[in-house]
Design a protein around this ligand. Sequence first.
Ligand code: TXA
Ligand code: MG
Length: 336
Amino acid sequence: MLTRIMQTNEESLELARDIIQAGGLVAFPTETVYGLGANALDEQACRKIFEVKGRPSDNPLIVHVHRDYDISSLVTDIPEYAVRLREAYLPGPLTMVFRSLGTVCPAVSCGLDTVAIRVPSHPKAQEFLKYVKLPIAAPSANISKHVSPTSAEHVLADFNGLIPLILDGGECTGGIESTVLDCTGEIPVVLRSGLVTREMIAEIAGDCKTHTPVAGEKVRSPGMKYSHYSPRCRTALYAEKDLDAAVSRYDAEEAKGAAVSFICLDSEARKVGQRKCLNIGMTAEEGARNLYRMLREGERELDMIIGIAPAGRDGVMAGLMNRFEKACGGVYEEKD
Ligand code: TXA
Ligand code: MG
């Protein structure tokens, strides 16, 4: 199959609509990462997403809708706080989980009685959703477990020859996936942190909790149990307080002939001297925007990436460090 990358304009949107209506897949830009979309009402089309990505069949998909779409045709029991959150933060990088009405096809929810709804703010995503006039099921447009794509080129690198069309909308400005919020209870619960932070949600909803998976308990957001966002090279992870151990590791790897680099925020990058470093920026927001692009750049030429994580986990840092830790293998190395 020929994979075309096209700027998002009338011609490509018409083609995208035809492909989606015929049960095919189209990759499209959002403000967070690129999505791999299919008609959420078409079971065969949604199954293709799982096949092409190599995605586990128990990991549900997010349904993307246009800002004017009436979601009461898809979900029920929308709490009052969710209405206020929608007014405050949508369109934007916040996905809300509600009870399903059973309208979307079974492959989307993977047997759960809930559906995750997202209204992306990227103007090209809005145009695409307006054109197709359908709810679009879409995971991030990467091969399962690989780093999420923040450009059309990243999507092509993973899916060349496997999908017919990639709508190009430039580089994603958000850079990490949307916040996933469980809105089925009295108090909203963050299942996956992102750019709409727990603090921002609590400000509007009065309260907000963060779900921490407990061993043996039923997983509430199946996606969170899988390893994710991994670059295709070796990785290691150190806390900023163990900087000396991280530097020793770097020097030992380099002495063995490995092409190695740190990845960290600017505050840590300043402390590693002349060693190679993927500096993801000064702030959590900059870090979120740059992390996946730098991991994808790094994996092309490096044998190993060593993450140095700062201590803070407030606000956007919660989402950034969740991705950062997973990308670097998730397990902190002990200080020697
Ligand atoms: O920013 C984003 O959310 C991107 C763009 C493309 O919109 N999409 C994305 O999709 O990150 P994906 O499939 O890579 O991640 C979806 C996450 C998974 O962790 C999944 O388990 C969770 O959302 N999820 C989906 N439906 C759910 C549901 N009904 N209940 C709980 N979690 C759900
Ligand atoms: Mg994903």
